[in-house]
Ligand binder design. Structure first.
Ligand SMILES: [Cu+2]
Length: 332
């Protein structure tokens, strides 16, 4: 469905806030929607240490982004459950560190875009507004009809509504598919799309890590790298997790220009669920190699308290910003 002019589908103020802030309002909406997917009781079995204070509440904060899942607005139409998401392509400047800022093409003002989440079989509707200044699109991985494949440009100031069934279950992604795709992805227009299996996975501390690269001088190479948008952020702001708590990590490699990136976890081993498309792990390791757009579920728990790093084992990539730490809090 194509709506030629943005003015034909101008959101009201509340809708705009819901999809643009992604922060306080978005989290509230997501929490309500979550209850349709997983019972309250099972979630309460999971120990998640509080985040350090003070912390900015925006979804652009990597510590908030990490555990923030957007379940959309649930609607019933003709007896079918629909999850409706609102996404706006924008152009905005992101301060990568004290010295470097980058003009990003992004979704809802954040890099990566919001993590969209649904259950297998849900009908997904993504109302995509392009207000970025030039053409973009949203191409979802998964199974859908050709006209919903997101390779057609959506012009500036127009709207396209992507609608399809969420299938199959797994860790998927979305990204802009306008040429040159390498540039549109590396400038920030991508995010994760999680499709949960019909029977939920066991309770765990669930989080998202997306590896990305920034070509800051347009030389078709990456000068900086990041987990969840900001270089080295989790080095200075370690992710608190609890000792012996099962962590379920949804991991995606969105680094362009480099053929592959590895992911290594210190002082531990993780179970691998390839593309998140299995209910049982395939193998156990402590380094995994991923091409661009490859993604997996990793599960692990830490036996000992303390700080443990994670990073690609291509150390040049790690040292240019793709590096972080878990802070394992002693179980009380
Ligand atoms: Cu684009």
């Amino acid at each position: 469905m194509f709506l030629d002019k943005f003015s034909l589908f101008r959101p009201n103020r509340r809708q705009f806030l819901q999809w643009s802030m992604g922060g306080a309002l978005g989290i509230g909406g997501s929490w309500l929607a979550w209850q349709g997917v997983q019972s309250h009781a099972s979630r309460s079995e999971v120990a998640i240490p509080p985040l350090p204070q003070p912390i900015s509440p925006e979804a652009t904060n990597p510590l908030i982004f990490l555990r923030h899942f957007d379940y959309g607005t649930v609607k019933e139409e003709n007896g079918q459950r629909i999850r409706e998401f609102r996404a706006e392509a924008r152009t905005s400047t992101l301060q990568l560190n004290t010295a470097v800022s980058q003009v990003t093409w992004n979704l809802n003002g954040q890099v990566p875009g919001p993590t969209l989440r649904a259950k297998e079989g849900d009908r997904i509707r993504v109302i995509f507004y392009n207000r970025a200044g030039h053409s973009h699109s949203l191409h979802f991985h998964g199974i859908h009809e050709a006209e919903m494949d997101g390779i057609k440009p959506v012009r500036n100031n127009s709207v396209f509504i992507y609608e399809f069934n969420a299938q199959p279950y797994g860790v998927h992604l979305y990204h802009c598919h306008i040429a040159p795709v390498t540039r549109h992805i590396s400038k920030g227009l991508y995010g994760m799309f999680i499709v949960d299996p019909p029977d939920p996975r066991p309770p765990a501390d669930e989080m998202v890590l997306i590896m990305g690269g920034y070509d800051t001088n347009e030389d078709h190479k990456n000068e900086l790298y990041a987990f969840n948008g900001l270089p080295s952020y989790y080095m200075s702001h370690p992710i608190p997790i609890q000792q012996e708590q099962l962590v379920r990590l949804y991991l995606l490699n969105m680094i362009e220009y480099d053929l592959a990136a590895t992911f290594h976890l210190h002082a531990n081993f993780f179970e691998v669920y390839p593309t998140g498309m299995t209910l049982n792990p395939s193998y156990k390791t402590d380094v995994i190699t991923m091409g661009t757009a490859e993604r997996h579920i990793l599960e692990f728990a830490y036996r000992h308290p303390g700080r443990y790093m994670f990073h690609p084992h291509q150390d040049a990539i790690a040292e240019a910003g793709c590096m972080g730490q878990f802070e394992v809090i002693e179980k009380s």
